[in-house]
Design a protein around this ligand. Structure first.
Ligand code: SAM
Length: 320
């Protein structure tokens, strides 16, 4: 069997993506080894925060459409970029050898770097947290500028696990303001997964920067996945709050232009957004046959009084 055939077999039998299948083959010395493959799947790191807009449920669909990962992307030579990394569902799915992650949420980026460089101290700190509303409010009120990096990461994970629905929202001064959640028994310190994440991040760069910085580093053959704050589906449905800066019409058009710039450079570019007339319009203005707007079902049904009809759709724009 050729390597390509083996990768296909692994993808089908284990429901994994082609890049992770290549990673498996490195460990199985190029042989089909079901036991070792299952071990590697079980050992895989998972996102360490719950993040609104997490892409986990959608990845299978992207794969079935043949759009993910891009066939021509060679993960042994080129780099994967995720400039709106959030919880990093796509990064953790792919686990590529070379990756550059970034986000404008400074505390999130600090948390990634503490997990990468100082995971044992973080685990010790997480174990000290308590789970009650009074304690939650005390931790939430802490001023981040007075904390060490380990304390910032510990507070960040604690609030994410114990706040309402794992949301992240800040007020106009950038202070976290999500209320106490109703999960009776949240797993605040998942030490096993944190150690796996730490290993997965060892060779990865994680920076606090605007997504446009990707233009300084990305080269022909690299793969960039953009998962920006979505354009609101309706005026009332607008969810902002990941950072204190809005991400509306002007920002979406600038992002579209960044997408096109990377396309002209010969990168593989994939972008998610809401399926709205505005988003469809701005990407259809890119008159290049390679750029396609694919409609995918978001997997969460619209809350339409139990009729069971109507799934929310999203777009996946690709240039390959
Ligand atoms: C839709 S979420 C990404 C979700 C992620 N794919 C996941 O699986 O969890 C959007 C992210 O973009 C970040 N963000 C907002 N504006 C940004 C900017 N200008 N540059 C980089 N990141 C930004 C937010 O902090 C947030 O983490």
């Amino acid at each position: 069997m050729t390597t390509q055939q083996l990768i296909k077999k692994l993808e089908q039998e284990f429901d994994i993506n082609a890049i992770f299948a290549q990673h498996v083959l490195l460990y199985t010395k190029g042989k089909f080894d079901p036991k070792k493959t299952q071990e590697l799947i079980d050992e895989k790191a998972k996102p360490f925060v719950k993040w609104v807009g997490g892409k986990r449920q959608l990845l299978k669909q992207f794969r079935k459409l043949g759009l993910y990962p891009p066939e021509g992307f060679d993960a042994s030579k080129n780099t994967y970029f995720e400039p709106f990394v959030g919880g990093g569902a796509v990064f953790f799915d792919l686990l590529p050898q070379k990756a550059m992650l970034s986000d404008m949420n400074k505390e999130l980026v600090t948390t990634y770097n503490v997990i990468k460089n100082n995971v044992e101290e973080l685990i010790q700190s997480l174990k000290k947290h308590k789970h009650n509303k009074e304690y939650f409010l005390k931790i939430r009120a802490q001023k981040v500028q007075n904390l060490s990096e380990v304390e910032i990461a510990s507070r960040f994970i604690f609030l994410n696990r114990t706040c309402f629905n794992g949301m992240y929202r800040v007020n106009s001064s950038g202070e976290f303001n999500v209320p106490f959640g109703d999960n009776k028994n949240p797993l605040i310190c998942d030490e096993e997964n944190l150690r796996k994440v730490s290993l997965a991040l060892k060779k990865v760069s994680i920076k606090h920067q605007d997504y446009k910085a990707v233009l300084q580093k990305a080269k022909k053959g690299d793969f960039i996945y953009f998962d920006p704050p979505y354009y609101p589906v309706s005026k009332t449905a607008s969810f902002t709050g990941y950072t204190k800066d809005a991400f509306l019409d002007k920002e979406q058009i600038e992002l579209r232009d960044t997408f096109f710039e990377l396309h002209k450079r010969g990168c593989f570019v994939m972008l998610s957004n809401s399926d709205t007339p505005f988003i469809n319009k701005i990407y259809s203005e890119l008159k290049d046959k390679k750029i396609t707007i694919n409609i995918v079902e978001a997997g969460r049904a619209i809350n339409s009084k139990g009729t069971g009809r109507g799934k929310i759709t999203e777009v996946l724009v690709t240039n390959y």
